[in-house]
Write a protein that binds this ligand. Structure first.
Ligand code: SAH
Ligand code: F3S
Length: 483
């Protein structure tokens, strides 16, 4: 049976209750890679571990247990993890009792094979199996290897109160869906994170309320595919058609959830990520425009501007449908910013396909974007059916062309803000100057201001007077009405 949790989170690290100081505690060093969802999952893992007597340490040499939450999205991400495992191996040589566990997408992708490939790994735990960690840790502490990579139909961790790791006390992630059913041909996520399922809206709103009580000012609703959110009492999204008429009639989709969240805490800024264009509805855009606290920014990955490539990627929309969606967004929310993900060098991508990507970017003039060279992932349809046949040099050249164009557009968008007054939420000290704060406006641009009398967590009206392609630079004019 689990003991009463002796640990409390003080905003920076887990601290032990005075009464429980005699209890023998163990240190866990947890490192996370990849998407926001992984970082959010690590907070769930920390919560589960704190219940069995582990406290977080930032010093790897003090660890009894090292956990690495991994990403499989591109080969490079996996290589980074392998490099870290080499480092952990060196530490393990001097500390024979040290245990090492691999969590997340690589754990799910490689399963038992991980134990053979990397001798230092004691435990392999997939993204839906974290509640089993107490048992698995008991096994490895008894000297056995432990693996749980079972993907779940209903695990959403909705009942777990995440321990906010490295939090600034202002921004928090809240997971709302898990998994993805889209099967884009290049993507490993449906294999590593399983089928799509949504979390009970009431548990989401409760988490928002608790965050508001603790002083948090901004939440990002997270999912691989948030617009596909659908709650009908639990279960996989693909089984919705089998639900009863009553369940269907009372179901909650993403636009309804977004509105519930906005209304529950009108002062809390709300963001969401990621939107797949094929699942984004006009109703979501309308809800965004109705509520001031939903930030005017949409991350809308397109991956390519060519219909041929979009089809080969199994993206369920054409270039025209995507551009129509962008037009609808601008019509309803003229000051909405849009960002993207783009893949260059997908199998058979011709020079003309690449030009279509550049011309799509020219039409949209995204505020910012994340651009990647195609990386073949084992097990995906693209890996099985298509040749990774775009020369590495051509991939690199195309990537630098889209990156350069994006920088031009980011600068163009930022210049439009000069002389305007924008509301920012201060999040941290500027990386470049101890005299300046860094915050973000609703459109998700980083804004730098002199510290003056302001503090982290303040909403401030800022007059923008300069910019680079990455940052807006301004001066606070005073607290905004949102404070
Ligand atoms: N759910 C999101 C994507 C999640 S993965 C969506 O709707 O598109 C984040 C990004 O990684 C993707 O948008 C894609 O641009 C990139 N990515 C995914 N698989 C990749 C691969 N095999 N090679 C290169 N980039 C990839
Ligand atoms: Fe991956 Fe496509 Fe889903 S990019 S996460 S399969 S929407």
């Amino acid at each position: 049976m689990l003991e009463k949790n002796p640990y409390k989170y003080n905003g920076e690290s887990l601290v032990v209750d005075e009464d429980s100081k005699n209890t023998k505690t163990k240190n866990v060093y947890l490192e996370s890679y990849g998407c926001a969802m992984n970082f959010s999952d690590s907070e769930i893992v920390m919560s589960i571990l704190s219940n069995i007597g582990y406290q977080s340490t930032g010093n790897i040499n003090h660890a009894d247990l090292i956990l690495i939450n991994t990403c499989s999205i591109r080969e490079k991400a996996e290589l980074t993890v392998r490099k870290r495992l080499e480092k952990f191996n060196r530490i393990k040589r001097t500390n024979k009792n040290l245990k090492v566990g691999v969590l997340g997408c690589m754990a799910e992708r490689l399963k038992h094979k991980f134990l053979d490939e990397e001798k230092i790994v004691d435990m392999v735990v997939g993204p839906d199996a974290y509640k089993d960690l107490p048992n698995l840790i008991k096994e490895i502490n008894n000297g056995d290897d432990a693996v749980n990579v079972i993907l779940s139909k209903d695990e959403t961790y909705g009942d777990i109160n995440p321990v906010r790791i490295n939090s600034n006390g202002v921004n928090a992630f809240v997971s709302i869906t898990r998994g993805c059913d889209n099967m884009c041909t290049f993507c490993v996520v449906p294999f590593t994170r399983g089928r799509e399922r949504s979390r009970d809206p009431q548990s989401i709103v409760n988490e928002l309320n608790e965050l508001a009580d603790q002083g948090y000012k901004e939440v990002t609703l997270l999912g691989q595919n948030v617009d596909s959110y659908l709650w009908y009492g639990g279960g996989l999204k693909k089984d919705f058609q089998k639900a009863s008429e009553i369940q269907k009639a009372s179901s909650i989709n993403f636009s309804k959830l977004l509105e519930m969240c906005a209304l529950s805490n009108p002062k809390m800024r709300i963001r969401f990520s990621t939107s797949n264009p094929q699942d984004m509805s006009i109703e979501v855009i309308k809800v965004m425009s109705r509520h001031k606290n939903i930030c005017n920014h949409i991350h809308l990955p397109v991956q390519s501007g060519s219909n041929t490539i979009l089809k080969a990627m199994n993206r369920q929309h054409t270039r025209k449908e995507y551009l129509d969606l962008i037009n609808s967004i601008y019509k309803i929310m003229p000051d909405c910013s849009i960002s993207h993900d783009m893949i260059t060098g997908f199998p058979n991508e011709s020079e003309n396909d690449h030009k279509l990507t550049l011309s799509l970017m020219e039409k949209v003039k995204y505020s910012f974007g994340y651009m990647f060279k195609y990386s073949e992932r084992p097990g995906t349809l693209a890996a099985k059916k298509l040749n990774d046949n775009v020369d590495e040099k051509i991939k690199s050249r195309r990537l630098s062309e889209i990156v350069e164009l994006q920088q031009k557009h980011s600068l163009f968008r930022n210049k439009q803000k000069i002389n305007q007054v924008v509301e920012i939420l201060i999040e941290k000290e500027s990386k470049k100057s101890a005299n300046h704060w860094a915050g973000r406006n609703q459109q998700n641009s980083v804004v730098i201001i002199p510290k003056e009398e302001y503090n982290i967590g303040d909403f401030v009206n800022v007059k923008i007077n300069d910019c680079t392609s990455a940052t807006l630079i301004g001066k606070g004019l005073g607290y905004s009405e949102n404070n």
